[in-house]
Design a protein around this ligand. Structure first.
Ligand SMILES: [Zn+2]
Length: 168
């Protein structure tokens, strides 16, 4: 999260949030960020999910994890039967080896592109973190937030969100 200078946005609809659940900056997110950085198009947004989209994201994440497990198990089985056993028996062909590699790259590419991030922690106001490293800045933003305790929670217009999703 550190070094991120952009807005705090909801990962589901990309809108700015005042309150939300922090998203885990995992391998895929970090990779996408560094690719964007090298292309000069990184927004460096802080990633959250808003209250409204929380359940949806949890559901999507569960589904994604299930697919990831199925793919991993399938690839492991494929490796054993299409590469490892033939190799031992001395009948592994270049064709089947390359086929296995292509399928593996394809599957991981698919997982990468359909990646759904995980929620990191409980409800936190934007700009606060639970890590000790950020405690000081967290305290600072807390006192800053005291001024507008009325809590401007952004309410998403459902219709707009759906339309935006379709256009994705
Ligand atoms: Zn949202």
């Amino acid at each position: 999260m550190e070094g991120l200078t952009g807005k705090s946005v909801c990962v589901v609809d990309g809108k700015e949030v005042k309150k939300g659940y922090r998203i885990k900056e995992d391998f895929v997110i970090r990779t996408i960020r560094s690719i964007k950085k090298s292309l000069g198009i990184a927004k460096n947004n802080k990633l959250f999910v808003c209250e409204e989209h929380k359940e949806l994201l949890i559901k999507k994440r569960k589904n994604y994890e299930r697919i990831a497990i199925i793919i991993s198990v399938s690839l492991a089985a494929l490796f054993i039967f299409a590469v490892f056993l033939p190799l031992i028996e001395g009948r592994l062909t270049v064709f089947s080896f390359i086929s296995f590699l292509l399928i593996t790259v394809l599957m991981f590419g698919m997982l990468f592109l359909s990646h759904v991030p995980r929620i990191e922690e409980k409800l936190s106001k934007v700009g606060t973190t639970s890590t000790s490293k950020n405690k000081r800045s967290s305290l600072k933003s807390k006192s800053e937030n005291k001024g507008n305790k009325s809590g401007r929670v952004i309410k998403h217009k459902k219709r707009k969100t759906k339309a935006k999703k379709k256009g994705k």
